[in-house]
Design a protein. Structure first.
Length: 294
């Protein structure tokens, strides 16, 4: 498959472990129940790529390490936007400070709203890391194109991971392995965002019957999924016949309109993507980082 990979720029982006954040108010569940739960940020030791995304006693929990550039001034916000745009799923990440200095991992997703980049490191590295540690990422993949299929837009995806997925074009469509297929009416928080090059949007899970009926209750962190009738070319919206592909990046949530987050990697408003359900349809299958428990 021909791509423009030789013309892409590989650029350093850097941040630090983002501490867990929590307001003093309760999180209110969609049925009105107030709850206090772990949420975003920090180093999450026991939630990993390949683990189920449902049924954690948590809200929007992020697997592995959450990172960003912290600070409220305009320059820091712009730098964090650069980090969130240039970091792509599958990019190499390296700890550059503290006891875990030199350890390497991979970007596994982006979480909008909190504007985190999510990174996998092995268990030994996680035990050595602290909230002060800095992480360097080789940002690579922005601007990638499939030359034989211009109707498919690529975003948030490392070219090396793209190659490892061993994708094919068949009958004029990009065949992509997926763990599940999601109808557009189940997509919620994140709709209307001006760009899908950062962040994610959520599979809403308040109707448990339809989630189980579609087999989406079995989703795992890192699963590749198809979004039917969904165009993510210039934001996120419903478009009949369009197809988008994304990666599940954070856990289920209790708040109305929320659920497991999905970061887009392919989109085609013309529907030039053919999702094929397969057993091995997780980024961990291609990066060799699947949780043993997954």
């Amino acid at each position: 498959m021909k791509t423009n990979v030789k013309k892409l720029v590989k650029m350093s982006v850097q941040g630090q472990v983002s501490p867990p954040v929590k307001g003093r108010e309760y999180t209110v569940k969609h049925d009105g129940q107030p709850m206090v739960l772990p949420g975003v940020g920090g180093i999450t030791y026991n939630v990993k790529i390949g683990d189920p995304v449902m049924d954690w006693v948590a809200d929007h929990v992020e697997p592995g390490v959450s990172m960003k550039i912290t600070g409220a001034d305009r320059q820091q916000a712009a730098a964090n936007a650069g980090l969130n745009t240039l970091a792509c799923i599958g990019n190499k990440a390296k700890v550059i400070s503290g006891d875990a200095k030199g350890a390497e991992g991979y970007v596994t997703g982006k979480h909008g709203g909190i504007e985190h980049v999510l990174v996998y490191f092995d268990e030994e590295t996680l035990e050595k890391m602290t909230l002060d540690d800095k992480i360097l990422i080789q940002g690579y993949g922005v601007g990638m194109k499939i030359e034989e299929l211009p109707e498919v837009k690529v975003m948030n995806l490392d070219p090396g991971l793209f190659e490892k997925m061993n994708l094919n074009i068949r009958d004029g469509k990009l065949e992509v392995p997926v763990a599940g297929v999601i109808p557009p009416e189940l997509m919620g928080s994140g709709l209307g965002a001006p760009s899908a090059y950062t962040g994610d949007y959520d599979l809403t899970t308040q109707d448990r019957e339809i989630i189980k009926e579609l087999g989406l209750d079995k989703l795992r962190f890192g699963d590749i999924v198809a979004l039917e009738n969904t165009d993510n070319s210039y934001g996120r919206c419903f478009k009949r016949g369009a197809v988008s592909i994304g990666v599940v990046v954070h856990s289920d949530c209790v708040v109305a309109g929320h659920g497991p987050g999905i970061t887009t990697i392919f989109t085609s408003p013309q529907g030039k993507i053919n999702p094929v359900k397969k057993d091995k349809a997780n980024i961990g299958d291609f990066l060799g980082i699947l949780s043993k428990e997954g």
